[in-house]
Design a protein around this ligand. Structure first.
Ligand SMILES: [Zn+2]
Length: 379
């Protein structure tokens, strides 16, 4: 709905402008020819601009331009949302690449990375168009609330493809599906360890079973360059129930990956650099930037992820770091009551790498203690 409105608003400006110029110049007979000529030139350049420009929300970039604006999601059962969007329109033709971060507004490194990408990209160097949404969940960011959108208590990466008449998370998801996913050719969704997640960087390869599509997404994760890759093959296949953003794109035939770097509320230079450089390398793979991509030659493929959850509330003490390689049965942390008595011990259910471990002492029953990735070969 928003997409249609934005398009109408844009195209209608051309005849209106031309008509008003004609009306203004009509009484001055001796200037009519020049006025008509000027109007034609104006009409022609506006038409060329319309042809070559790309709009998302209020951001309209002509060829060779970078534009910023907002994706306006009207109020419904709860408040309206205004999501920042940047469009970088290259001088040369090429695909449309969508980059989205901040669905979880306190996964800071991923948000700062896309802020940097907006500043870094030079439209004169780009072939095609890059649509960047650096911060989807503004309320989470501003209020420092992890995991969910505090407006409706929902995760902003679980309700795709969204609902036009749902709560804010669902309406935002719907707008992104219509205005970004359906209009892009490729997509990257950026995440990281949230405030309570001590996470090592990794990406997801969504293996769908479609050999042609999988070959592209496999190359995309290798070009992005994170050296640990989770093979995620049991994702929803139904486009109407895609849940995740990358899955929403993949189920609509647009190759998409998800990447994660950053942890525990920090913005580390290495994490940000990894995400920025990964984006530029991926753009080289897609031939949207000159030069060759840097592909990971031998990534650590992770075929299965085991979640260890606490069966007790209390105070959590980790015994391993993010990225530690653990053996089956290894004690990775424990929980005490509020007097220091151990009431729960966490053990690795399988050998693998600690993708993330709880980074704060707060623990309630059922919370994730750690995610452990089991290594696989030749996925
Ligand atoms: Zn996230």
């Amino acid at each position: 709905m928003i997409l249609i409105r934005a398009k109408r608003a844009y195209t209608s400006t051309i005849p209106e402008r031309t008509l008003s110029r004609l009306a203004y110049t009509a009484p001055a007979m001796k200037h009519t020819r020049i006025a008509c000529l000027l109007s034609l030139v104006s009409f022609y350049s506006a038409a060329v601009l319309a042809q070559n420009s790309f709009s998302v929300g209020t951001a309209t970039a002509a060829a060779g331009q970078k534009a910023t604006g907002t994706l306006e999601v009207p109020a419904g059962v709860d408040a309206a949302a205004s999501i920042p969007v940047a469009v970088v329109r290259g001088n040369k033709p090429g695909p449309v690449l969508a980059l989205v971060s901040g669905a979880h507004g306190t996964e800071y490194a991923s948000i700062i990375a896309l802020e940097k990408v907006i500043q870094t990209l030079d439209p004169a160097q780009v072939s095609g168009t890059v649509v960047i949404l650096p911060l989807v969940n503004i309320a989470s960011f501003e209020q420092k609330v992890p995991h969910v959108n505090p407006i409706d208590g929902k995760s902003m990466n679980r309700f795709y493809p969204g609902k036009q008449d749902g709560t804010q998370t669902e309406r935002v998801s719907y707008a992104i599906t219509k205005q970004v996913v359906e209009r892009c050719d490729y997509l990257v969704d950026y995440h990281g360890g949230d405030i309570d997640e001590n996470l090592r960087p990794y990406s997801y390869w969504p293996k769908s079973g479609d050999a042609k599509h999988d070959a592209i997404t496999r190359d995309m994760v290798l070009a992005f360059g994170l050296d640990h890759v989770i093979v995620w093959s049991d994702r929803p296949k139904d486009p109407a129930a895609s849940r995740y953003l990358d899955n929403t794109a993949n189920t609509r035939g647009k190759p998409a990956i998800a990447v994660e770097a950053g942890y525990s509320g920090t913005v580390q230079t290495d994490d940000v650099a990894m995400l920025v450089n990964g984006t530029l390398s991926l753009m080289r793979y897609l031939k949207m930037l000159p030069g060759a991509p840097t592909m990971v030659e031998r990534p650590v493929w992770l075929g299965k992820v085991d979640t260890v959850a606490s069966d007790q509330p209390g105070i959590f003490y980790p015994l391993v770091q993010r990225g530690t390689y653990v053996e089956t049965g290894m004690k990775i942390g424990y929980v005490t009551d509020y007097f220091g008595k151990t009431i729960y011990e966490a053990h690795a259910p399988a050998a693998g790498v600690v993708l993330y471990i709880c980074g704060v002492p707060s623990m309630k029953k059922g919370d994730t203690v750690a995610n452990i990735g089991e290594i696989t070969t030749n996925p």
